[in-house]
Design a protein around this ligand. Sequence first.
Ligand code: KIV
Ligand code: ZN
Length: 392
Amino acid sequence: MTTSPKDRVLIFDTTLRDGEQCPGATMTLDEKLQVADLLDEMGVDIIEAGFPIASNGDFEAVQAIAGRIKNATVAGLARAGMADIDRAGEAVRHAVRPRIHTFLSTSPVHMKHKLQKEPDQVLEMVIASVARARNHVGDVEWSAEDGTRTEHDFLCRCVEAAIKAGATTINIPDTVGYTAPHEYKALFEMVRARVPNSDKAVFSVHCHNDLGMAVANSLAGVEGGARQIECTINGIGERAGNAALEEIVMAIKTRNDIFRYDCGIESKLLTRASKLVATVTSFPVQYNKAIVGRNAFAHESGIHQDGMLKNTQTYEIMTPASVGVKSTSLVMGKHSGRNAFKDKLKHLGYSLSDNQLEDAFVRFKDLADRKKVIYDEDIEALVDEKLANSQD
Ligand code: KIV
Ligand code: ZN
């Protein structure tokens, strides 16, 4: 049987731009450089380094990142205005692979209330902004902000105009996290089928997590033909955040039996990246966060611990090592069973008789009912105390 090679999906990281846009996540220049270096080492295809017109600090950060990144494309964001685009062009100029990412709202609610412009005026701005960006760089991404709430005919007209003006990537963001997987997939299928020359551009997904569907929506958009995924480390971003890079990467890798595409990310660096971003932004990662949460490879219940001791595939669908975690942890608590307790004692260097083990297990359960976290020292104390008493 011959298998056809899988398509490559590009990973576009926007931790330093959309991620930094969430309240309180501001990073210093040095911190941004550390994050950018790690993203490049990890194999991210495009690093969106910032929004150069936003501040001098943002401009300097994008320029510095553009000047040092060896492999990834470095993108700078710009609204549709000429000053924005020129500033972004200036900031990414020295990148090995520079990109300008320009965007404009296309939904009725944004055009009417935010831009206060008619659709035809917006269309003209799309053409002018993409053409201006193309004067600076050959790699131009155009985004239809609030694309998922945009009227379909108008979205197709804008995408067609952007491609004609020279856009090489077309992004249809779910700016407010409103869409659902089947709808987002159908949107890409519809646009790609209706827009002439749609094969001249790479289509991109960009999903926010307001309804908790950002990762599922992103993967559905790829099923609809998109080949670039925009995401952030730890899923940080405006409001409820963006699609989490680590979840996307591990979904693609873990379920490579059902996904027809691959990505070039070294997943062993995911935990390091998560810790770095959590530290520099001071945004804690929730304990039960998929892939990088502290409990992602921790098991407490007796039934699960027993299964894990027999074969780790019983309760783990990926190995901790594959995301850069040293090992699974069998956390001792009131739900733990005899087998895990026995295994823990063995690791702590104890060899107890059956009676001693039973006695220690009963006292461990009593302690676990009273105490939320049981440390190795607690277990050592309860065994040592009993052994000392029995020698008296
Ligand atoms: O969510 C969004 O629409 C954006 C655009 C600027 C791409 O972040
Ligand atoms: Zn966004």
